[in-house]
Design a protein. Structure first.
Lengths: 371, 371, 371, 371
């Protein structure tokens, strides 16, 4: 167990390589995990492409670096100062490594600190056979949750936090969810599982909209085939002329942001989750916020570990089935095909899961009934 | 439309009579409703039996009085000063008539005022062909909700408020629900619809426990066949040794109250809904409240109209099906059989719905597939 | 009591006239009030000037119309269907007349309905000896509160709602408050009374900044004499580099909005109260909302009657003294001088109170020690 | 710096001894503090007396043990794995050492875990010249807060959490606070600082009631000189017949608990902070909780570190002056006199502060103007 296969970003250009790397040694308050499943995030795609964001955020000097941060695995070694995680634990990972000295951390908002580090961005990631991470961000999985589901809990947690907002007050309410990327699709499922009474889903790719339908959307609108005015009228028609109680902005485009501030009812809530392509950008401050008396919740990451706890309960008790969003499974060695699926437009995939171990892959293919 | 059939409490003794009564004239801010369906509440049973509570609360001097307060019907007349309800509206009724001058009303807690009046207790009720009530407590139903479901929204609202508590923060949490009367059974269904992730249901009558199972209970315990210690161990075994996030006390017995304060986890929530047979009664104040750092929500009635809004959304969108709890349908004239079903022990029924109109009854029997 | 003096907007041009008008007759659910004190709001100034907003919102056809909506007085007549207000009550008025059929009203958010009417805008106002208004918006004052303070409770309520936000969670927190108009100055006082631990006040007029200091600002910044960067550094220096827990935007300028989103700490709260001069306007959506994980509360009006209740308690128990903000007292007949004070720039006044009754005016001047 | 003076519980009997003890060596994630001021808690008195609670909770086998847990001091050494505290930091200590693996810890309720350890109870305490404690519970003080105030922040935090409850929604509300021990007196001051608009204080010792008056009580009732009925009528008379918005039970006696459930208004809040002398004990469950629709917050410890943050802000900005509650200062060597003051009845003291360093003591005496 000295050497392992890993997907490594070797230089400031498109792509990555499968290389032999030494198995990492965990720090005293870190643990070492044998990776059972790992999934590809949009952030990984940015780094894979080496777009301007990654060139600036990571920088060529940091390379070579192993990609990946969405993970499920078994703990095979714990540092001497670990306190709650033990060898043999089946865990997933919160990917935001908070600084315990941040004011926000000291006040319990661990997910939005000043000095946050991120797995797979500031450190080597988990697209590998083994992976080291701080104990502080390890989350014990329920054994009934299969690795390919446990791995996607990180983006599922984004979705849950976006749906639930700061107060988790969603039962019996109406909701708009924009976007058809994996997190939007997960959000549809979480909203359905958590008692949102009417879900209006806005997206543009047929393949993914069909997944949204399977995840529980009641009504759908294709944003490529409708005007803002048509969409607003549709939402008003289906909410007694009031607008929705809650609007989840999960795209970051001007159109989607405008849609959400127009569609939310007076005294309602907007979740601001999508990262705007450009910022600052124009917002209808008076009609969308002030006169509407609405609340906006900026949502970033997941509540540590409140979101994880709720999702574990929902998954372990069969309340939420995220597998329609998991569209592709690959052995780790075929990572490049996985990235291609993620990059392809129009979208024909949502979540791609990779397996370092061939047997685990075969078992997953068999159980999921798809590849 | 001058005279109508009505179930009237005529004297201070067991029973009631079906009599011809004049159709009421609504006050300027009241409305008149043609009753389509009405259901029997435990309060009606108290009055029907004329037990010490009703003798004291209503008093023989108030008789004769028409029974009933759970209702769905069509508005056929509105007083001159009504502002939001119109003739033809299909409504149900909040039964707590709040005083707009109460401090609690002025602060938005309409359901717990100092000078509350109650339909069917302080006024003539709805076990009749027509029924008059204040506009202020009318709730417009969604047309897709059938009358027998619309009628039971009042106790369903108790259940929803008990489940959701003051903050509606239940998604992904674990819950104990005690009791197998109609409101406990509705609570199981609301909890399931609103994303409670694991529901442990405690009751004692086989017939009703089976309804609890159909409403969505994950685990059940028969309180007649278990000791408090066994029940506590069971709950601890199924919650990782922590206890449940939320415990709903819906019985009012010493055993059930003790169960709830023992079973709730630290920093959890107890809903105090059941009315204790005797009060004061002993509570484990230190271990159950102070050291546990838990919250108790005293729940009485329904939030006006927050609870109604959420339930309407859940019902109209197929998120919640309360019909397994509706065990019996009768024409209004057969009200006595309905009361017998409610009084029978061991319980062999949950909610009984009465229909003043024979055609409506026949249609309900046909659609529900039961009588 | 057939005729009364009133300040009337007679035509679509600058100014108003003091005329004899008939004393209004209240509707069955309205009351008639003898006005003891009334104060000038920025909205009155808009109408007085007949700027484009008033020309469009009110329209020349609605004239003549009596101005004014901030009021304290004694109820001298109640309509036949009034339920909680009695002749002799000493009241002030919420000025937002909600529609009880609005969804928001039915859910308890009376202050942001779809069909809101406004006193003095959609109806005759209170710059008169007598004034009629709906019982639904009457608020009983504590008798210990003098009329000139009771009258300004309406803008004080704006300030309180802006400070407290939706959750009233402010104790021991740090706060930025922008602006030096009357509502900003009231907000400083409310924040101080409610346990905000450090108040940083931003304004530009020396006269009003001095009032802010007297109301309890800990630190002040003149926005005319500082750059955005200097202001941000100042706030960071005084909050351990974190930013403030809560930022109250009460100006509506691009600079002030930008300041607030920059100065609020991660996971903090921004109150959006100021109406933007132009909307849409650019907001730093990513850094100010999404990545910050902050909450924005759009604040409009006052919570009915939660805000009123809290302010009554604060005023009646000497916790909050708003009188430094009341800069000028005039007999009603000298209303034009009052408007001149409000319009003057640089500002040399904050709140102007008018008195229909000369004796009341003399008493006020004596007690306040100012004119 | 090898040996130090410390107040040691040497055997299972009344009292303690001032002994020379080795200066402790901090664990890798602990720190060593030079104690500047330390105060005596009721828990210390229990252990000093060696009453049945301490005999059972600590046990003779654990002795000898150093007493004390309320502390302010300077960090003189940090373990190798400390992450946020540095040598030279001026700190106080949360005394509840949470287990990071508790479910409650993982959900952010660090103060009510399953496996909690307590400073001075499960470990050597701070009545000594030096003191070792985990970094996880260190709180950085504002340098402007003198040591005798910094030391009492732990019980002040109890008071703040009791006043603010789970939601910190207290501004402009009315409150009953029972008891005249130090934490009740601190609570009066916190309530006053945080905008509670009317504070009704119940106690029985003249000396301490006078402190309550100085801390900001508006109205006071001596429970030795009044009946429950008289007290209830008094509260109703001063709250418009409604009862108070919030009642803080801080005694634990049957009378005080009954007072609080009777005095809170409908839909109000009761803080359950006092530990009942006997538990279970009778509670008026129906009238006090269910029909009242009130909320009970079980309060134990302090929110880590939300309560600390708010109190630091209040203290550093002069919003809250707790010094009237600090009635006695002694050099550490005179600890026995301090304990005598704490034990004396009728009470003639509230908080007693001890100083290991004579110069620090002299400075404190000079600044406080009392001994």
């Amino acid at each position: 167990m000295d050497s392992m296969k890993a997907v490594v970003k070797t230089g400031p250009r498109l792509g990555a390589e499968l290389l032999d790397k030494p198995v990492p040694k965990p720090e005293p308050d870190w643990v070492l995990v044998k990776v059972r499943a790992t999934s590809i995030c949009g952030t990984d795609v940015h780094i894979y492409k080496w777009d301007p964001w990654s060139a600036q955020r990571i920088g060529a000097k940091a390379l070579p670096q192993i990609l990946g941060h969405e993970v499920a695995g078994e703990v095979v070694e714990v540092g001497a100062h670990c306190k709650r995680i033990k060898v043999g634990d089946y865990i997933s990972a919160e990917t935001h490594i908070y600084d315990p000295g941040d004011l926000t951390s000291m006040l319990g908002s661990f997910h939005v600190g000043m000095n946050m580090k991120i797995l797979g961005v500031d450190f080597d990631g988990c697209f590998a056979e083994y992976f080291a991470l701080p104990e502080s961000i390890c989350w014990p999985n329920d054994p009934s949750i299969p690795p390919w589901v446990a791995a996607i809990q990180e983006p599922l947690g984004n979705a849950a936090y976006a749906v639930l907002g700061e107060d988790a007050d969603v039962a019996g309410k109406t909701m708009v969810i924009t976007g058809d990327g994996p997190i939007s699709l997960f959000a549809v499922g979480v909203a359905r599982a958590c008692g949102v009474a009417r879900i209006i889903h806005l997206g543009k790719y047929d393949f993914n909209m069909e997944i949204g339908r399977r995840m529980g959307a009641d009504l759908q609108l294709n944003t490529n085939q409708t005007t803002p005015k048509e969409r607003l009228e549709f939402v008003m028609d289906h909410t007694g002329g009031n607008g929705v109680d809650i609007a989840l902005e999960m795209v970051g485009s001007q159109n989607s942001i405008d849609d959400c501030f127009a569609m939310v009812r007076k005294a309602g809530r907007v979740t601001a989750f999508g990262i705007a392509a450009e910022s600052p950008l124009p917002i209808d401050y008076n009609n969308g916020i002030v006169f509407k008396g609405c609340q906006i919740h900026g949502i970033n990451g997941r509540k540590i570990f409140d979101t994880w706890y709720r999702n574990r309960n929902l998954l372990a008790n069969g309340r939420l089935d995220p597998t329609p969003v998991i569209t592709n499974l690959f052995p780790l060695a075929e990572f490049a095909t996985g990235f291609d699926k993620m990059i392809e437009r129009p979208r024909k995939s949502a979540k791609v899961v990779l397996f370092p171990d061939k047997e685990e892959y075969d078992a997953a293919v068999k159980q999921m009934g798809k590849t």
